[in-house]
Design a protein around this ligand. Structure first.
Ligand code: PGA
Length: 263
């Protein structure tokens, strides 16, 4: 734990992988592997797996959530999904503004802002993703991009409404590329975000808000990232698809590699 108020949270983002059957088999494998974890374990799963997994993990140590939602409460939006529907299916959190949504589906900061507001109204814990592209990184614009994304995506939201917010710093150049930010680069970006939140909202929120790192996290680099004072958790894509690999990341700060199955 980086701070008494900031429990370490490890989020697996499965993206568009796993059928309902595969999802259930994964969670059955993962549960015994993370039974001694000190970190909180979150899984952002495909919409189709939410209900089955939320029912199965009720009362257990895994929290189920979604990877996206629409900003309207309901309506004629073919193929979209509303926060109340996710909540009704058992989701407890939702990832918003992932760089794949921004890049491939043209989501803007304004749209993401509207989604964050809807998620808060629907009592879903938002995980807001922010991060600079390779070009912006090379031009030294990281802080400018992060400040703008935080400002625009959280526009008009009061600090007490952001109590539950998690932020995920995901440099776009590190997602799915095998190129992880160094712990120092991650720490600097996280520290900047916390300072920005302190200045824009208040110090209390800045101390409380969880800031995770995402981008090519693996068992080999998880601990050094988590050891940074402003890195409160990890958002894991590719390496979360195997229960065994993901459990190594979850357990990295308790020194347990792989726990034996109970039977
Ligand atoms: P990655 O994805 O771990 O496969 O780089 C991270 C993410 O997209 O959240």
């Amino acid at each position: 734990m980086t701070d008494t108020e900031r429990p370490v949270t490890i989020v697996g983002n499965w993206k568009m992988y796993k059928t309902v059957k595969e999802s259930l088999a994964y969670v059955k494998e993962l549960l015994p592997l993370v039974q001694h974890a000190t970190a909180r374990v979150y899984l952002a799963v495909p919409f189709t797996s939410i209900k089955t997994l939320a029912d199965f993990t009720k009362g257990k140590s895994i929290v189920i959530g979604a990877q996206n939602m629409h900003d309207a409460s309901e309506g004629a939006f073919t193929g979209e999904i509303a926060g109340v529907m996710l909540k009704g299916a058992g989701a407890q959190f939702v990832i918003l503004g992932h760089s794949e949504r921004r890049r491939l589906f043209k989501e803007t900061n304004q749209f993401i802002n509207s989604k964050v507001k809807r998620a808060i109204a629907d009592k879903l814990q938002p995980i807001l993703c922010i991060g600079e592209t390779l070009e912006e990184h090379q031009q030294g614009k990281t802080q400018e991009v992060l400040a703008n994304q935080l400002k625009e995506c959280l526009q008009g939201i009061e600090s007490h409404q952001l109590d539950n917010l998690m932020i995920s710093y995901e440099p776009v150049w590190a997602i799915g590329t095998d190129e992880t930010a160094t712990p120092e680069v991650a720490q600097a970006a996280h520290h900047f975000c916390r300072q920005f939140i302190s200045q824009t909202w208040n110090e209390h929120l800045a101390k409380k808000v969880l800031i995770q790192y995402g981008g090519s996290v693996k068992p080999e680099n998880a601990k050094e990232l988590l050891d940074q004072p402003d890195v409160d958790g990890l958002l894991v894509g590719g390496a979360s698809l195997s229960a065994e690999t993901f459990s190594k990341i979850v357990n990295c700060n308790v020194g347990i590699d792989v726990l034996p199955h109970p039977n």
